[in-house]
Write a protein that binds this ligand. Structure first.
Ligand SMILES: [Zn+2]
Length: 432
């Protein structure tokens, strides 16, 4: 069941409570809403007992979407879940546009400059800004959750598969079996090595089969160098031929080459791991194979937040995820810092950007506007504010954008923090 995050009057995180209890506390005026995202209440009186259950925050980093889950290990409960949608491509596009404009400007204003090269250095561990933004989004959310939930541990999926488990001499002979963890690590390895394609027909299949290049029936081993990824028709057609006999000597040659470590080691994930270590919390690492195996063992469907809940060896045997509604977090950035807008050719042709702050409000703030009956726009609206320098702003509500809402009618609900939030349509699994 979804829980509501609770902090003491001194803002010390307490154990999250049931939604019904939060509602009761709020109606009895024993608590107030501290933050809307993530929804947190603050007690008005210090609690009688301050025994809190330790919680673990779990992260499944992805290139587009990162899953987050807060899990109570003692009870197996998923207490809170969220999914961050990153803005890596937007960062990349913005920098490309900036670079093109700058280059154009410099070439217009300077007849000739000798080329400069080799006079730039990058600090060790440098990542492109589009990738660094992902690391920072996750770090931001772990820190935010830490302020409102009693987190004691972190789990993060660091690598796709466990090289030790596959390549260590004692385990190279591991049986390929669906059920075992080692089998899932082998599967992850093969997916990456063969690029999610059938080794024989190069098609992206829906169901993968692990093919023995020298068939088992002819004494072929279960070693990783004898395995390839195949689709069902190719695996059937190949039968008890070797790959060469089947007309694919290249597959046989490629299988013998080990997957380069670089392919399995993702620099963004390592940067995230190092960033999470700086929180001072103990960080547990897991593999992608382990995550999939955990999820399959518990019969859970594939979603980013459930994958996060399944990261690492510490995953409880029974994950209680019923009724949890993940918070959908879309990274939007704060605002444009461009002082002058150029046209398609990079020439400045528009008026300098007007302010994005009026009367203490900023573009992106969530507000409730109560417009009195004297105004043509009378009514109560809840939405995101887009500032206009006149003070008469736009309000983006669930029912559409409403123009001409003056800031003096607005009361802040949640200050703009670089993210936009939506709730998923339904909890998984739906309430029984
Ligand atoms: Zn095939």
């Amino acid at each position: 069941m979804q829980r509501v995050l609770v902090v003491s009057p001194a803002r010390i995180p307490l154990s999250p409570c049931r939604p019904a209890r939060a509602r009761w506390l709020l109606t009895q005026r024993k608590a107030a809403v501290l933050r809307r995202y993530p929804f947190t209440i603050i007690l008005c009186q210090p609690p009688a007992d301050t025994v809190v259950a330790p919680l673990r925050v779990k992260v499944d980093p992805g290139s587009k979407t990162t899953g987050l889950a807060v899990v109570n290990e003692a009870t197996g409960e998923v207490v809170w879940a969220g999914e961050i949608t990153h803005r890596g491509q937007q960062v990349k596009d913005a920098l490309a546009a900036w670079r093109a404009t700058r280059r154009g400007r410099r070439q217009r204003h300077t007849r000739y400059r000798p080329p400069r090269f080799d006079n730039r250095t990058r600090p060790t561990g440098w990542l492109p800004p589009s990738l660094m933004s992902r690391v920072q989004h996750v770090a931001t959310w772990v820190e935010r959750l830490r302020r409102v939930a009693p987190l004691t541990d972190v789990s993060v999926e660091l690598v796709r598969f466990d090289t030790q488990l596959i390549e260590h001499p004692q385990t190279t002979g591991i049986e390929y079996q669906q059920g075992t963890l080692a089998g899932w690590e082998v599967r992850e390895y093969l997916l990456l090595k063969w690029g999610y394609r059938c080794a024989y027909c190069q098609q992206e299949a829906t169901r993968w089969e692990v093919d023995h290049i020298l068939p088992r029936s002819r004494g072929g081993s279960n070693r990783i160098s004898n395995l390839a990824l195949a689709c069902h028709p190719c695996n059937q057609a190949k039968g008890d031929c070797t790959a060469t006999e089947y007309g694919h000597p290249a597959v046989q040659a490629q299988a013998g080459k080990p997957l380069k470590d670089a392919a399995a080691v993702n620099s963004t994930r390592w940067a995230l791991y190092e960033r999470l270590q700086r929180t001072g919390l103990p960080v547990e690492t897991g593999t992608g194979g382990r995550t999939k195996w955990n999820r399959a063992q518990r019969g859970l469907p594939k979603t980013h937040w459930l994958d996060a809940a399944c990261v690492g060896a510490s995953t409880p045997a029974h994950l209680k995820a019923r009724g949890v509604i993940p918070l959908t977090i879309l990274a939007t950035g704060r605002h444009s810092r461009q002082m002058c807008r150029p046209n398609a050719f990079g020439f400045p042709d528009k008026a300098p950007k007007a302010t994005s702050v009026v009367g203490g409000f900023r573009t992106g703030d969530m507000v409730r506007a109560i417009v009195p009956a004297t105004s043509i726009k009378t009514g109560t609206y809840v939405g995101r504010l887009a500032i206009r320098a006149t003070g008469s702003c736009n309000l983006k509500t669930a029912g559409g954008t409403i123009q001409g809402i003056h800031y003096k009618y607005c009361r802040p609900l949640h200050r703009g923090d670089g993210y936009r939030y939506t709730k998923a349509d339904a909890a998984f699994p739906p309430h029984a």
